[in-house]
Design a protein around this ligand. Structure first.
Ligand SMILES: N[C@@H](CCC(=O)N[C@@H](CS)C(=O)NCC(=O)O)C(=O)O
Length: 233
């Protein structure tokens, strides 16, 4: 039975799993879950994941949540090229794990929350943007980008965990697109090292990077047209 992937492409970890499946030609059944319609909170999806989050895979009855666990499982089970997640070189594997563990409380929390606070929560709650919170996450994004520049990409390292692309880069680039979705991409574009990394990663994920980001570009277009001007704090 084909592997099932439950996802919403507005979610950055879902895009990472989607791109990985497509690039590595792992056959899967599409099970879209529309977060904006609250489908993840419905009884049907709760039977799959009682925590009500995507992505989820169901590999012939083996149900797995959490993008990092999913990507590692897929890399091992489907014997994908080793650069994605090195299986025998423990130092190379540890470098990938290093970024993956870092990203949860750095790229992810800051970029996802900046996006949420600018583009989602005000509409969902029918309330004005909380600019103080936005500024707090902007500060976090700035620190994160400079840490990526100075630590993960130090000494001309082309990818986040070494000389070739890995699931660290995949998770990283998907997260960074949340900045683009809310017009905050200047944090990347103003850092030549991080910007060059992002531009190096995208073509390696073609054509699935662009395919999976269509919804992100739509959200950006709408946000840029409707976003209120920031008042002086
Ligand atoms: N750590 C999880 C995060 C999963 C997650 O937060 N998914 C979000 C979309 S990006 C979600 O399903 N949110 C729905 C909710 O929390 O109500 C992973 O990497 O898979």
């Amino acid at each position: 039975m084909a592997l099932k992937h439950y996802y919403d492409l507005m979610s950055q970890p879902c895009r990472a799993v989607y791109i990985f499946l497509k690039l590595n030609k792992i056959p899967f059944e599409h099970r879209p879950v529309a977060l904006r319609k609250g489908e993840h909170m419905g009884e049907e999806f709760k039977k799959i994941n009682p925590i009500s989050r995507v992505p989820v895979i169901d590999d012939d009855g083996f149900v797995l949540t959490e993008s990092v666990a999913i990507l590692k499982y897929l890399a091992a089970k489907y014997n994908v090229p080793d650069h994605w997640y090195p299986q025998t070189d423990f130092k190379a594997q540890a470098r990938v794990d290093e970024f993956i563990n870092y990203q949860h409380l750095n790229t992810r929390i800051n970029m996802a929350m900046l996006f949420q606070n600018l583009a989602i929560l005000p509409r969902l709650r029918n309330k004005p943007i909380d600019w103080k919170k936005v500024e707090g996450f902007r500060k976090g994004v700035g620190i994160t980008v400079s840490q990526i520049d100075q630590y993960f990409l130090k000494d001309n390292r082309p990818f986040l965990a070494g000389d070739d692309i890995s699931i660290a880069d995949l998770l990283g680039i998907c997260e960074i697109m949340q900045l683009y979705a809310c017009g905050e991409e200047r944090f990347i574009e103003s850092n030549p090292n991080v910007n060059a990394w992002a531009e190096r990663v995208k073509p390696k994920l073609a054509p699935y990077f662009e395919e999976s980001n269509v919804v992100v570009y739509k959200v950006r277009e709408h946000f840029m047209k409707t976003a209120p001007a920031q008042p002086k704090l």
